[in-house]
Write a protein that binds this ligand. Structure first.
Ligand SMILES: *Cc1c(COP(=O)(O)O)cnc(C)c1O
Length: 325
């Protein structure tokens, strides 16, 4: 393969580098989902990560991989929220500044999270691409250092540390359900797991509304999709027309992609709360949602990554009180 894939060695180095800075999340068996699927289902409780999502792994590995000069210039990124919050936290821990640019579609709870973690925020336009234009300007004019949310080797390697933990805690796993947006998480997790256990199936999950990676895989090259409001807001945004890593890695390493409706995602959020006792955001609930919707076909134990928990508390309360399955 010609694409410069992130390697197992880089992921193992990321684990050593980030140890003590990120939390090793629990893997919990779900009796209700196991009964429903007919195979053991384990939930990787990564929404309990510091900053509320796995994004801290990639951001921390990227920041700790930078030299002192790049850090001192200040860090900048586009984010739908969780990467920004993670980068703000990682930057503060490393003693540098972080400025997060985002579109007006990002929920207020996520903006507040970034500010609480010590980050500065700037709202630009109504799409990730417009926010990216501002980041490009800050790099060119102010010499700031970009830490992108997914298409970067150190970020992918950081997310891949989740894959190492899954293999340690569930060595018998047959399939892993991974939420997909830009593909940094699924690329890292797949690289880690396939390097050791190539037969484990990696199943990417996303929403029907504005699934850029799915559209790109279908087209055979990165394409743009219209950004739409979705319960899985952390899965919105494009993969970048000049995508360097995650498109090729996802195409090569991911066995299957499942697309979910908004009702299916809502049912996933409700199940996580009512049956598992977990407050999980839409993007984090898609693995559970896919099992509930009867869309997952496997021959053995499954791990679903609950990737994040940063959902507006009022939105969450409305969803879980509304009734519905
Ligand atoms: C960013 C994010 C994802 C998707 O990760 P990618 O690396 O962009 O594919 C999934 N869930 C949550 C909670 C996220 O914040």
């Amino acid at each position: 393969m010609s694409a410069p894939f992130v390697t197992l060695a880089e992921i193992e180095a990321a684990r050593d580098r980030t140890a003590g800075h990120v939390r090793r999340s629990f893997l919990d068996r779900s009796p209700t989902l196991s009964r429903r699927l007919g195979h053991p289902v384990h939930l990787k409780l990564e929404h309990q990560q510091i900053t509320g999502s796995f994004k801290l792994r990639g951001a921390t590995n990227a920041v700790l991989s930078l030299d002192a000069e790049a850090r001192a210039a200040g860090l900048v990124a586009v984010s739908t929220g969780n990467h920004g919050r993670a980068l703000a936290h990682a930057a503060r821990a490393a003693g540098c500044r972080a400025l997060i640019c985002m579109s007006a579609l990002v929920p207020q709870a996520k903006i507040d999270g970034i500010r609480a973690a010590g980050g500065e925020t700037r709202i630009v336009g109504r799409s990730q691409d417009e926010a990216q234009t501002e980041v490009d300007r800050l790099i060119a004019h102010d010499g700031m250092t970009m830490v992108p949310p997914f298409d970067h080797p150190a970020v992918i390697a950081g997310q891949g540390t989740l894959g190492l933990e899954i293999l340690e805690d569930a060595p018998e796993v047959a399939a892993v359900l991974v939420p997909v947006s830009g593909g940094g998480l699924v690329s890292g997790v797949a690289a880690a797991i396939k390097a050791r256990r190539p037969e484990v199936r990696i199943i990417g999950i996303t929403m029907e509304r504005g699934a850029a990676m799915h559209a790109s895989l279908a087209a055979g090259r990165p394409v743009e999709v219209e950004e739409q409001a979705t319960l899985a807001d952390s899965l919105g945004g494009g993969i970048g027309l000049d995508n360097r890593l995650t498109f090729a890695m996802t195409r090569a390493l991911v066995d299957d992609m499942i697309l979910l409706t908004e009702d299916e995602i809502a049912a996933g959020i409700r199940h996580c709360y009512r049956e598992e006792g977990q407050v999980v955001e839409g993007a984090g609930a898609v693995g559970v949602a896919a099992i509930l919707a009867g869309r997952v076909r496997v021959q053995g134990p499954v791990v679903a990554i609950l990737s994040g928990g940063n959902i507006d508390r009022n939105d969450h309360r409305r969803l879980v009180c509304e009734g519905g399955p």
